[in-house]
Each structure stands twice: as structure tokens, then as C-alpha cells.
Design a protein around this ligand. Structure first.
Ligand SMILES: Nc1ncnc2c1ncn2[C@@H]1O[C@H](COP(=O)(O)OP(=O)(O)OP(=O)(O)O)[C@@H](O)[C@H]1O
Ligand SMILES: [Mg+2]
Length: 334
């Protein structure tokens, strides 16, 4: 019963990376395919959690059954309840005639993927716990229990243990879903994957945009290695797309890489001339306007290369942190 939209598109072949860390995660996930226990996938944004969830379902005995994705963060709480568990006819004004099946019923015989599970309200966590324990759902406004045969895969980019400690996530639900846990490591902990991903996406986007780019200037590649990739593979993919679109020569320039990383980084900073410049007469008086601009640009570039980390940026520039700090203030780069 592979109906449109309820199919897991990705397989383990779609998960890119050569590092031992990503290979270990793939191998572990592959083994999770054999069993029916609940899986909790943990990893930062953009590491490929969704790909892993699809891939696990696709090697599992449930692969011919439905795969239903529910993004718990995207659906408002009151709606999420009826979407997950369904409702009976007349459950509320505007309810459909004959009621409606919820995602759990729709996932019967297959897998339900609860993405961003940490966003679920306390009330829904309680209801979910009951469903997981009893394998039965009750539609809103109904008194009948419906048995469901569903495997649950959940994902989160927040540390659920921490949320449990802070009493924001039910500990009994945590133990229920954390039967098999899979951690997908961030890109900065497997930098060996960077050149591979870079080549892969360069190829893909050259084909897509009909370009013939041979590579990135060495200095640009260096920036790729130094950058911290807070948005992980998704960020690298997006940056490669931008670089390919904006390049018409044989090689992608290091300047364009710098600019792209700067724009992409969450610590993105804009340079504007200091309106007050109260430090002007005290510090760096020797700077002419031209060198001042060069200095600003250098700072911005260094910060981008350091992923916004000021200590690293100071190291790149060969100046002390206090000097960097002073200049940031002076140029109003904050
Ligand atoms: N290992 C990977 N192999 C191939 N593509 C990847 C990989 N990781 C991420 N991507 C790319 O990044 C995008 C985001 O991946 P995915 O949606 O699985 O991330 P996520 O971990 O679920 O992130 P979020 O927490 O933000 O939802 C994918 O659409 C894919 O293009
Ligand atoms: Mg996701």
C-alpha cells in the first residue's frame, strides 16, 4: 500500500560520506532495520536524520508498508493531536463527516517518523506514551480503541536527556523511545567527508546549471576545512549551489567562498562605518582610510573562516583577542 506521499524516498546509498564515523552510523542504522524496536535519531540540524529514518524503514521488513512523516515542530499543538490520533464524526465544529484517520492509523503496517519530537507538548507526550505502550489509539471524541501495528522512529536535534532533566520531556516517554539510539555526528567531527561532499555537490550542480567548473581555488578549499559547518551537510550543499551559480570561470574563487561562508554563518556580521568612532583617536591612529577598509575586510574574512569564533579569528589574523575586540568595536562590527 504505497500511496503517494507516504513513501520513504531515501536509502542508505543516498547517505553521503566516507568517514569512519558516518560509516559506523550507517552500519548501526542498517542493523536497526532488522528489528522492530523504536529508534531515536539524534543529531544537529542538517546532518541527515531524515535520510537515516527513510533508509532504516527501507531495509526493514515493513518496507512495503507506509512511511508517514510527522514534523512535530511544524504543526500547532491542538492540530497535531487530531492529526496524530484522528477524530470521530462530530468531534468538533468543522470535523469531517465520518471522522478522520490519524497518522498512527495511516501508518498501520509501516513506520511513523516523528521528527523534532522534542517539540511535543506535555499533553501529547502523555498520549503518545499510551499509544506506544498499548499499541492502540483512540480518535478524538471517540470511545473506541483501534489497534495499530506501527514502528516508531523519532528524531531530535535537542539533547532529550537535558530536556528530561529540565522536566520538559517526560522521562518515561524518553526511555520508551530511546530503545535504539543513533547519533549522527556533525560535519566538523568528520572533516574527512568535506572534500568528498564538495566534489559530489560540485558535480551535481555543474550538471544542473550546465557549467564546466573544475574546482575551487586552494585557498577556498582551505576555508571549507576551517569552517565549522553549523548547518552541516545541508549547509555545504547550499553553499556549493550558490558557488556554482555565481561562478563563470574554471575555478571557484576563494573570495566567493569567503563571502558565501560569511553569509551562511549564523554569526553573520555586517560592516558599517562606525558612526561615533569614539575609539578613533585612541587606537590605531596610523590607519589611513584605505588600510582601515582593508583591515575591516580582513577581520570579516577571518571571522567567516573561523565560523564566528573570535579566538580563532584573532589567531588567523595574528593579533590578540583584545586587539580584535577593540577593532570590532571601532569598526562597529558586532
Ligand atoms: N549524509 C548525507 N548525505 C547526503 N545528503 C545529506 C546528508 N546529510 C544531509 N544531507 C542533505 O541535507 C539535507 C538535510 O538533511 P536532513 O533533512 O536529513 O537533515 P536533518 O538532520 O533532518 O536536519 P533538521 O534537524 O534540520 O531537520 C538533505 O535534504 C540532504 O540534501
Ligand atoms: Mg529533519
Amino acid at each position: 500500500m504505497r500511496n503517494l506521499g507516504h513513501v520513504a524516498k531515501y536509502t542508505f546509498e543516498d547517505i553521503l560520506g566516507n568517514s569512519s564515523k558516518i560509516k559506523d552510523a550507517i552500519e548501526k542504522a542498517y542493523r536497526f532495520g532488522d528489528v522492530d524496536a523504536t529508534v531515536l535519531i539524534y543529531g544537529e540540524t542538517g546532518v541527515g536524520k531524515e535520510f537515516f529514518a527513510h533508509a532504516i524503514h527501507n531495509v526493514s521488513p515493513r518496507r512495503d508498508g507506509p512511511f508517514i512523516t510527522v514534523n512535530c515542530a511544524a504543526i500547532p499543538d491542538n492540530l497535531l493531536e487530531s492529526e496524530l490520533f484522528g477524530y470521530a464524526e462530530g468531534a468538533f465544529t468543522g470535523a469531517k463527516k465520518g471522522g478522520k484517520r490519524g497518522y498512527f492509523e495511516m501508518a498501520d503496517g509501516g513506520t511513523i517518523f516523528l521528527d523534532e519530537i522534542c517539540e511535543m507538548s506535555e499533553k501529547l507526550q502523555t498520549k503518545l506514551l499510551r499509544v506506544l505502550q498499548e499499541r492502540e489509539v483512540m480518535r478524538l471524541g471517540d470511545d473506541r480503541l483501534i489497534t495499530v501495528d506501527v514502528r516508531v522512529i523519532a528524531a531530535t536535534n535537542s539533547d532529550l536527556r537535558k530536556l528530561v532533566k529540565e522536566k520538559l520531556f517526560r522521562s518515561d516517554l524518553f526511555y520508551r523511545i530511546n530503545v535504539l539510539s543513533l547519533v549522527v555526528p556533525p560535519l566538523r567531527e568528520r572533516r574527512e567527508d568535506i572534500p568528498f561532499l564538495l566534489d559530489y555537490f560540485l558535480n551535481i550542480f555543474c550538471k544542473k546549471y550546465n557549467k564546466n567548473i573544475k574546482g575551487i581555488e586552494p585557498e577556498g578549499i582551505e576555508l571549507f576545512y576551517q569552517y565549522d559547518w553549523p548547518g552541516n551537510t545541508r549547509e555545504l550543499q547550499n553553499i556549493m549551489e550558490r558557488l556554482v551559480i555565481l561562478t563563470d570561470s574554471n575555478y571557484i574563487s576563494a573570495d566567493l567562498v569567503t563571502e558565501s561562508l560569511m553569509i551562511s554563518s549564523p554569526d553573520y556580521i555586517t560592516v558599517s562605518p562606525s558612526p561615533t568612532s569614539q575609539f578613533e583617536n585612541t587606537y590605531d591612529q596610523e590607519l589611513t582610510l584605505k588600510t582601515e577598509l582593508d583591515s575591516q575586510t580582513a577581520i570579516v574574512k577571518a571571522l567567516a573562516a573561523a565560523g564566528g569564533n573570535k579566538k580563532k579569528a584573532a589567531q588567523i589574523l595574528g593579533i590578540s583577542r583584545t586587539t580584535l575586540w577593540r577593532r570590532l568595536k571601532k569598526y562597529n562590527i558586532l
